[in-house]
Design a protein. Structure first.
Length: 249
């Protein structure tokens, strides 16, 4: 059997990009909550959830919130995508612009806090529009771009590719449900921290799955446990799955 070709610099760069974006998103809700608790803000109850993830702009973890969004924006703007597939870069650029909009145009302040002097109701509108566009970009990646393949017949794709596609689709559907859940607050006036947090984690899981994050984790666990994989397992762990992905150069 011919050994699979080694991953080139572009392939490794894409995997690293996806993993970094996934990690940033996965820990964002937890980081802003813990940061706000560790650095309490006068007028806000310590360790009490704010109405939304975006509301942590006004808490002690506001720098974390803005910093993670700027980092996400940078990585989305620089996401290379697949060679010759412009949709990857268009959707990445849309997500990058939207992430900047969420960070630079904050939502209304929670009770006990005041908006900056330059804030106006239109700032909140820009924030909401940016947040919606950001999730639209995330959903497009999960349900469309991440599931594309140069093998039309889904049953003929490698098992791992089918597994990743299923995870990405589930994450995309979860984000759609959460966005609609959050939108219902316009009528119910209910807090939207949980729908936002769940949607952010779902987006992160799709990027971690696409970035094959489980591979280095499994290798580390094998080394720690002293488990020696069989030749077949080693080959499956190392193969590139070029046949199931869109060609990248």
């Amino acid at each position: 059997m011919t050994a699979p070709p080694a991953k080139g610099p572009r392939d490794l760069s894409q995997l690293l990009h996806r993993r970094i974006i996934g990690v940033l998103g996965f820990f964002l809700p937890l980081l802003v909550y813990v940061g706000a608790g560790v650095r309490p803000t006068q007028g806000l109850a310590r360790w009490e959830l704010l109405p939304s993830v975006s509301a942590y702009y006004y808490a002690g973890s506001g720098e974390i919130f803005v910093g993670v969004l700027f980092a996400l924006s940078l990585f989305l703007f620089s996401y290379p995508g697949y060679k010759g597939v412009i949709a990857d870069r268009v959707v990445g650029g849309l997500g990058g612009c939207a992430a900047l909009g969420v960070a630079l145009f904050p939502t209304a302040a929670p009770a006990g806090q005041a908006e900056p002097f330059w804030w106006s109701p239109s700032t909140r509108v820009i924030h909401y529009v940016s947040a919606v566009l950001l999730f639209v970009a995330f959903i497009l990646f999960s349900v469309w771009l991440f599931r594309k393949s140069n093998v039309p017949d889904k049953d003929k794709r490698p098992r791992e590719k089918r597994w990743r596609d299923a995870v990405c689709l589930a994450c995309g559907i979860t984000m759609i449900v959460c966005v609609l859940w959050a939108a219902s607050s316009l009528a119910t006036q209910m807090p939207i921290f949980w729908p936002e947090a769940i949607a952010i984690i779902a987006f992160a899981i799709s990027w971690l799955a696409k970035g094959e994050t489980h591979r280095p984790v499994m290798r580390m666990m094998r080394r720690l446990s002293g488990y020696k994989p069989s030749d077949a397992e080693t080959h499956e762990d190392e193969e590139e799955d070029e046949s199931d992905e869109r060609k990248s150069a």
